[in-house]
Design a protein around this ligand. Structure first.
Ligand SMILES: Cc1cc2nc3c(=O)[nH]c(=O)nc-3n(C[C@H](O)[C@H](O)[C@H](O)COP(=O)(O)OP(=O)(O)OC[C@H]3O[C@@H](n4cnc5c(N)ncnc54)[C@H](O)[C@@H]3O)c2cc1C
Length: 398
């Protein structure tokens, strides 16, 4: 693999960098630089700005609205987006369900859903997990019973990220109890405004509302909302999960976080711990940098052969483990640097003046602490890291 950027790559980088410096909505960058959290309107504005350039779905095949960029160009784009401090796209529609729709959906489903996702007109949620079906996902019990041209859906999904923002949800539902557990599962998309769907918030340890519990009571879903064949949902679900697990890499975002850690250390009122010879924090930060370089190489090796929106193979599990453990290592360094100030206080960071009364506390401490707590979840969601190790042992024979 030749990692030296070509002249064309450098020119591409300059174009993308200039875009984020001038054309991209600067108010969103300012909010994030101020440590604020974003709401749905911000995410929509960000995605619509990228969509207007045709840059919202670089990983999709060109025929469906992808950019046709090389792997190097996609990598550069991600690097520049994260370097600018812009938010990542909301993944459930663009990165998770869209590849299932364009790979297994009918023409009518592609026409109906892909364009809305590509223009950020619809947000999606992922309804896989249930109260008694997480790692053992095939035990799921949300049931869909056929009634003419509809399914009637009853059950509960949980830990649904951004379910309160979603216009649509894709769910795994049980349509049969015959044979293996995996065989009776079907992939169904539901309009969140359908009567019988109720969304309740789950507040996480960082104080944020990211997650939800969603109940379905007698929800009537047209059969035309089913992707592929009844009973083959498990196949589509695994395809989706390999896209999901690869998407966790966020190499450039992690590099940016490490740079910001250095800046925070240099500005810390108690002195620059990262510049101090023999400092444990300095050594552990260097180790995190090495982990990040390994993650970058592994991700590039896995993605290099995939040039037209194909699904990565089970090596996605290796990326998932490396990416999430590195993410946790980095946020632990923030917590160490913050020291006494790393208390889990939940400032209302939707407000521009969230630091009022907290001026004595270094600016990085509150967002860094919240990020540390939320990042604990990374080794759980998308399939826990223990489950990824099982997949690596069984499927890759490592
Ligand atoms: C922040 C967050 C966001 C999420 N977002 C979504 C979402 O949008 N949509 C969605 O559907 N789900 C979502 N989830 C759910 C997530 O996918 C599940 O939490 C995850 O699959 C684990 O399931 P569980 O919580 O039931 O834990 P369990 O499956 O009960 O696991 C408990 C522990 O046992 C271990 N374990 C279980 N089985 C095995 C085994 N066979 N071998 C070794 N160890 C094992 C696990 O690794 C874990 O440590 C989210 C979760 C979190 C925390």
């Amino acid at each position: 693999m030749n990692l030296e950027p070509s002249e064309a790559d450098e020119a591409f980088r300059a174009t993308i960098r200039a875009y984020f410096q001038t054309e991209y909505p600067q108010d969103i960058l300012a909010k994030l630089a101020n440590g604020q959290t974003l709401d749905k309107a911000d995410l929509v504005a960000s995605e619509r700005a990228l969509s207007a350039k045709g840059w919202l779905a670089p990983g999709w095949p060109k025929a469906y609205g992808g950019t046709g960029w090389t792997v190097a160009e996609r990598f550069i784009f991600d690097e520049e987006l994260e370097r600018a401090g812009a938010p990542n796209v909301s993944p459930m529609g663009l990165l998770y369900v869209a590849p299932v729709i364009y790979t297994f959906g009918t023409q009518a489903q592609k026409d109906r859903w892909l364009d809305d996702i590509l223009s950020s007109r619809t947000f999606w949620a992922q309804g896989y997990s249930e109260p008694d079906a997480g790692s053992d996902l095939a035990s799921l019990r949300t049931r869909a019973v056929r009634d003419g041209d509809h399914y009637i859906v009853d059950g509960e999904k949980t830990w649904t990220s951004n379910g309160h923002y979603a216009d649509w949800i894709f769910c795994l539902v049980r349509t049969s109890d015959e044979g293996k557990k995996q065989a009776g599962i079907t992939f169904l998309c539901m309009d969140m405004t359908t009567p019988g769907i109720e969304v309740k918030p789950i507040i996480t340890i960082d104080g944020g509302h990211h997650l939800n519990s969603i109940t379905f009571t007698g929800v009537r879903v047209p059969v035309e909302n089913r992707i592929g064949d009844e009973g083959l949902g498990w196949t589509y679900a695994r395809h989706l999960l390999n896209h999901e697990r690869t998407s966790y890499a966020h190499v450039a975002g992690k590099r940016r976080q490490l740079e910001a850690l250095r800046e925070a250390s240099a500005d810390a009122p108690w002195g620059d711990e990262l510049a101090r010879e023999g400092s444990g924090l300095r050594r552990r930060t260097a180790e995190a940098e090495i982990d990040l370089m390994c993650l970058e190489m592994t991700t590039l090796r896995a993605l290099a052969p995939l040039t037209n929106g194909e699904a990565p193979g089970d090596e996605a599990s290796i990326i998932k483990i490396a990416a999430t453990e590195t993410a946790q290592t980095i946020t632990e360094r923030y917590l160490e640097l913050a020291g006494l100030y790393a208390q889990p206080f939940f400032a209302d960071r939707e407000r521009a003046d969230w630091r009022a009364g907290l001026e004595d506390i270094p600016a990085f401490a509150a967002p860094g602490t919240a990020s540390y707590f939320f990042t604990r979840a990374q080794t759980i969601y998308g399939g826990t890291n223990e489950i990824q190790k099982n997949i690596i042992a069984r499927q890759l024979g490592l």
